[in-house]
Design a protein around this ligand. Structure first.
Ligand code: F0G
Length: 363
């Protein structure tokens, strides 16, 4: 039987910088690439959804946390620290636990989804709520890691990008080549950086030393989408007070900003913004027509694809992958509200078959 061994073991030959590190893994990666038939019909292309919510802690962060924590272990670290809008902290807390390390997380005041907060607490992380936003948290975390013996596991840590690039490998391995277009949400911009690195390394004949040539014959256009209230890359300047209901990407000054621009320009892609309304509509479309439950930030990739399609920018018949980055159970409140913002409550009935049948319109 072939059991998935986690991204470090599955792609060891493509992670030369991790060679010699102990493998701290929760068997992350190997996530489904789901054909999205309704979405495909709607945009006139072949659309697949890379469902990263099925990683061990419910987001794509696990791909980069196995590598970051493994490197921290190799370096003899006893403690790790991160700033987070929630998913990084959930992942860091779980992998630090697996490694026997302590974990401290800095989160913005009151803007963390309950599911994510509960994970960090369950895994025993020390949680600090900072009176500021994510960008403030990251500044403090960087300074702490510079001055004290704690290892920073945000995506400015190169091991994070190494691990996260494996998602591109999985997509090429599943499709037989890179897609024509890859859509994803952009927050701190680590993930678009990682995907682009992965695709570049998987193109046959790329010639990077120490890394074997890959099976892909083409590179995708990278299409990144920010929330309209938190769209510094689109605006061309940092946003001091980022806002969006997609709290995971409520970021005003992305750490990997230049790398995101590079991925966009070198791939002939685009980085655009989508409104919270568009994000919620895509969130609803994924759950109600494709059977895929994601957290709001994840739906930005699909919201963006629909936006470009509405503007006539989706090539007929193109192969398109949309990454949905986190599970819907992370932040379930949005599913419990209708598009009008009112709570969706179940109808109450007595213990009675006829009442049930009437309520269901069967009688
Ligand atoms: N989607 C989700 C669900 C996220 O949690 C994040 C980032 C992103 C998209 C954006 O990815 O930052 O690499 O551009 N979450 C970070 C965190 C900031 O702290 O969990 P990015």
């Amino acid at each position: 039987a072939h059991l998935w061994r986690g991204v470090m073991r599955e792609y060891a030959d493509r992670l030369p910088t991790l060679a010699g590190a102990p493998v701290i893994t929760l068997q992350e990666g190997g996530t489904p690439l789901i054909p999205a038939e309704k979405l495909s019909d709607r945009v006139g292309a072949q659309v697949f959804v890379k469902y990263e919510g099925l990683n061990p802690t419910g987001s794509f962060k696990d791909r980069g946390m196995t590598t970051a924590i493994s490197m921290a272990a190799k370096n003899g670290a006893k403690a790790v620290i991160c700033a987070s809008t929630g998913n990084t902290s959930a992942s860091a807390a779980a992998y630090a636990t697996k490694a026997g390390m302590t974990c401290a997380v800095l989160v913005p005041d009151g803007k963390i989804a309950m599911g994510k907060l509960s994970q960090a607490i369950a895994h025993g992380a020390t949680l600090l709520q900072v009176e500021g936003n994510f960008d403030d948290c990251l500044n403090v975390a960087r300074k702490l890691a510079d001055a004290y013996p704690v290892e920073l596991v945000n995506s400015v840590n190169p091991a994070r990008i190494e691990g996260q690039k494996t998602a591109s490998f999985e997509i090429v391995d599943a499709l037989g080549d890179a897609p024509d277009i890859h859509c994803l949400p952009v927050g701190n911009a680590g993930n678009i950086t990682a995907y682009w690195k992965g695709y570049r390394e998987y193109v046959a004949g790329h010639g990077l030393s120490g890394v074997p040539d890959g099976p892909a014959t083409q590179l995708p256009q990278m299409w990144g989408f920010q929330a309209a209230g938190s769209a510094p890359i689109v605006l061309g300047h940092p946003v001091d007070e980022p806002e969006t209901i997609a709290t995971a990407i409520r970021i005003g000054n992305p750490a990997s900003w230049p790398q995101a621009i590079e991925a966009r320009d070198a791939s002939g892609g685009r980085i655009e913004s989508v409104t919270d309304e568009q994000i919620l509509a895509a969130h609803r479309l994924l759950s109600a027509t494709e059977g895929i439950f994601v957290e709001p930030a994840s739906a930005a990739s699909v919201a963006g694809l629909l936006q470009v399609h509405a503007a006539g920018g989706v090539p007929e018949g193109a192969t398109i992958v949309c990454t949905v980055t986190g599970h819907g159970l992370k932040d379930p409140d949005w599913a419990l509200k209708g598009l009008d913002g009112k709570p969706v409550a179940p109808q109450r009935i007595s213990v009675d078959v006829v009442s049930a049948a009437v309520a269901l319109g069967l009688d």
